[in-house]
Ligand binder design. Sequence first.
Ligand code: IPT
Length: 949
Amino acid sequence: MFFSGEFHPFRLPAPGLWLDVFQKIKAMGFNGVSFYTNWALLEGKEGDFSAEVSSHLNRSLKLRAQQISGIYLLARPGPYINAEVSGVGFPGWLARNPAALRTAEPGYLNATENYVSSIGSIIAKAQITKGGPIILVQPENEYSSGNPPFPDPVYFRDVEEQYRNAGVEVPFISNDNAPNGYFYDQGPPEWPIYGHDSYPIGFDDKIYQWPADALPINYGDLHEEQAPDTPYSVVECQAGSWDPWGGYGYNKTAARLGPDYERVFFKNIYSFAASIFNVYMGVGGTNWGNLGYPEGYTSYDYGAPITELRTVEREKYSQLKLQAMFLHSSPAYLSAIPQNNTYANGSYTGNPKIATTALFGNKTNFFVIRHAAYNSLSTNEYNITLLTSKGNVSIPQLGGSLSLVGRDSKFHVTSYDIGGINMLYSTAEIFTCRKFSNKNVLVVYGGPGETHELAIEGGAQPTVVEGNNDLVKFGNKLGSTVIQYTVDAERIIVKLSNGLYLYLLDRYSAYNYWSIDLPSDPVSGNYTNAESFSSSPIVKAGYLLRTAKVIKDGIYLTGDFNATTDIEVIGGPEQTKSLFVNSKPMEFSQDSHGVIKSVIRFAEPKLSWPDLSKTGWKVLDSLPEIQPGYNDELWTSASLTSSNNTERNLTTPVSLYASDYGYNTGYLLYRGQFRSNGNETLHLETQGGSAFGHSVWLNETFVGSFSGAITAYTWNQTFALPTQKGQNYVITVLVDQMGFEENGSAGTSEMKTPRGVLDYSLSGHEKSDISWKITGNLGGEDYRDRTRGPLNEGGLFAERQGSHLPGSPISSWKSSDLGPMEGLEGPGVAFYATYFDLDIPTGYDIPISISFANTTDETSSVRCQIYVNGYQFGKWVHNIGPQDIFPVPEGIWNYHGSNYLAVSLWALEEGGAKVENLELVAGPVVQSSYPRPIEMSPISKWHKRPGAY
Ligand code: IPT
C-alpha cells in the first residue's frame, strides 16, 4: 500500500526543512509523499527552464526523501496541476498562445515540451529504477471534463509520451476528479493505473455539516466496474480545504475536516481495499511570492494534518497516525477482498442503525462499522456476529453490548495475527502490534467509556498488570481467553501467560504512542520493509518521535517535545542496556516486564526578538510615478493593436492586457497621457480576480480607488477628472492582480483571462486620444531575480528597484520611526524597510510569523506586502481578510544574524492608512532533534539594477 500525504515543496521554499516534513509524515506511519511541481515557477520565460531552481529540486528530491526519511514519492508534474496556484501552474506567457489549453493542438503541446522534457528528466533521474525515491508519476491532472474532443485519448497519450521520451519508466497513474472512469478501460502497462479524487464534503467552510448523502459508499462498486484489475487508488483524498479571500480561516477548516471526518470518511475508503491512498493536503504551505491563485490568500495551510508552521499539534495528525499505523501493522489488509456491501445497513448486527462493510482475507477479516446514517450524532448500541477462524461468533461473548458514539467509524478484525498468536477477534481498534524476542505486544484503543472485547486463541492466563481491575472481565470461551473492558483514560495493561502484552488505551492516550521503522537493508535505506518493521520499538513518548535505531545494546531515539515527557520503550531488542534520546544518554531503568522507563526534560528557551516599533525604519515613496516630471521613457509602450488572448476581444485601440507585454505577476501600473478638453470623466474597467483593487491618479491628484470585494473579479468605475482645457495630463492606474484563473475544463482557456485594464473611455475623446504605457515587474518575463523566481516581485517602484532585497541601500531613505505603523496620511504607496538581528536558540523549533493582528479599525482599505530577506511572504488585504498572521519559515528568516524586513503599504482611501500593530510572533515552541541551524535558502542581495526605472 502506498499511503501518502500531499506536500508542495514549492510552497516551502526552505529546502532545509523538507526532511523535517518527510520525517513527520513517516512518523505518522505513512510511506509516501505526493508532490506537484509548478511550471509557472520553473519556466517564467518561454524556452528558459530555470537551471537554478531545477538543480535545487533535483538534489533535494533525491536526498531528502530517500536518504534519511525513507519515503517513496509520487511525482505530479502536470503541466496542468490546478493546486490553487496562479494559472493552474501555467506560465503567464501561455496566455499569448492561441492554442486551446490541455488539448492535442500542436501550439499547446509544443509550449509544454521544454518544461516536460526538463522536469521529466529530473524525475527520471530520481526514479526508483535509478536508485531514487520516485515510484509513480501522474501526467496531467484531473483530465475529467472539457470541450470536444474530450476525453481525447490522443492528447492523453501525447502527454504520457512526452514523459516517456524524457526517460520516465515507472508506472503512470491518473487522477480523475471523481470516479468517472475516464480511460479506465485501457489500463496499465501502457495506460496509467486508474486513480481518482475524493472531496466528499467540499470547500464551503460556512457550514459545519455533513450532508446526508455525502459519504461515497459506491466507490468500491465503481472500482469493480471500472478498473478491477488495477490497485484501487484515491490520488487525492480530501484532508482539508482551501479557504477563500474573506474566508473563515484555516482553524475552522481543520475543525470541520477534523478527526471525526478522518475516522468516518477515510475508513469508508479503506473498506474498498485502497492500495494507493494520498491525503490532500498532508502538509500546509504558503502562497509566497504571488504564486497563489486569485481565490486564495497567502496561507495554504489547508487545515491539513501537518500545519503550515509544520506543527503536528492538530488532533487530525494523531488520528491519522492511528489509522496509518494500523494498516501498516496489518499485512493481511493488502490481500483482503471487499465483500458485496450493497446491503450494509443491519448486516452482521441485525441493527438497521448500524452499517457494516467487510473485507475478507485468507484468514484475517476486516469489518468497518459506522452508523447507517453515516453523519448521525447519536449513540447506537449493537451486538455483532463476525466470521472468525472458529466460524461465526457473536460478540460480545461476555454479555452487554458494543456502542458507536456520535460521528465515528471503527475497524473490527477477526483472526488477526499478532506475531504467531491468533487473535480471534477484537472490537477495539489496533494501533500496532509487534513480536519482540521476549514478548509480543498489541496496542489497541477505543473511545472513552466504550466497552470492547477481544479474544486471544489458546488458554493463556490473563493478569492485569496495570490499571483498574474493576474495568476488566475475563472469560474462557471458544478455546480463547476473552477480555472485555471499559475504556478508561488510565490505560490497562494485561499480560497473558503466553507472553503477550495488551495495552488497552483510550483514543487520546494512544496519540502518545509511536513506532518508527528501524533503518534496515542499505538497498532500501529507511524504506518500510518487513524486516525493519517487525523489530521496530513501540514507544510511548509525547509530541513527536522521528527516528529510532539500535546500535549494539543501545536504543537511540530522536524526537520533539513540548513538555517534560515520560518515555517508555515498551518493546525493543531484549538486550538493551542504554537509551539515548536526541543523542543524550538517558536515565535508564527497566521494569519486570522489560519496559524501559525514562524522562526527557523540557527546558523553556529564552526567547527575545526585536520590537518592530523600535528597530528604526526607513521609508521610500513607492509612487514617484505621480510626481511632476516623472520620466516613463523606459516603460513599455502599449502598442499592440491586436492580442492573441482568446478570452476577450479587444475593445481598445491597443491591448492593455498585462500578459500581452510579459507582465504576469504582482502589481501592475499604467500611465495614460492625454490633452484635456476641459471637461472629462474617465470610465475604467479593470480585472484582477477575487479581492483585487485599483487606485487612480490624475497627475499627482488622487481621483479614486476600488478597494476590492470577494466576488468582484472585474470592476467598472467612473471618475470625474479635475482637468483644465488644453493641459496635458497623465492618468496613473495601480492594479493589484491576484494571479491567473483556473482551467478546470480541458480545451478551454480560462487561465488566459486577462489582467489589468480591459477597457476605458474618456468623455469627449476618441479612445486613441490616450496613449498608454504599462509596467509590471522589472524585465517582465526577463525577470531579474533568478533566485526567487519569476513571480516574487511585481511592478511597484520599490520592487522594480529591487528595494525589497537585502543589502538595499536604505540609509539614504527618509527615516520613519514607526515605519508601517506610522503609515500614510493620504492615498499612495510607501515602502518601509528595516534591518534587525535574530538570535534564536538552537535545539528548538520556534516558528516566527509576522502579525498584523489586534487592529481596532477593521474596515480601512489598505494593502500591504511583506518581504523577508527578499522573499514576498504575505499579501495583507485588510478590508477583506481573513489572514492577519503570516508565517515565514526558518531558512528564509536568518535565525542567527541579520534580517531585512520590508513592507509595502498602499493606502486606497483619502484618509490614508497605517498598520496599527506589526509584530513578530512565535508559533508553538518545541524542543527539537531536527538538526539546526537550518540551511539558509538562497538569499541573493541587492545590486543596482541596470535599466531600472
Ligand atoms: C483537486 C485538484 O487536483 C488539486 O490540485 C486541488 O486543486 C484540489 O482539487 C482542491 O484543493 S480537484 C477536485 C476538487 C476535484
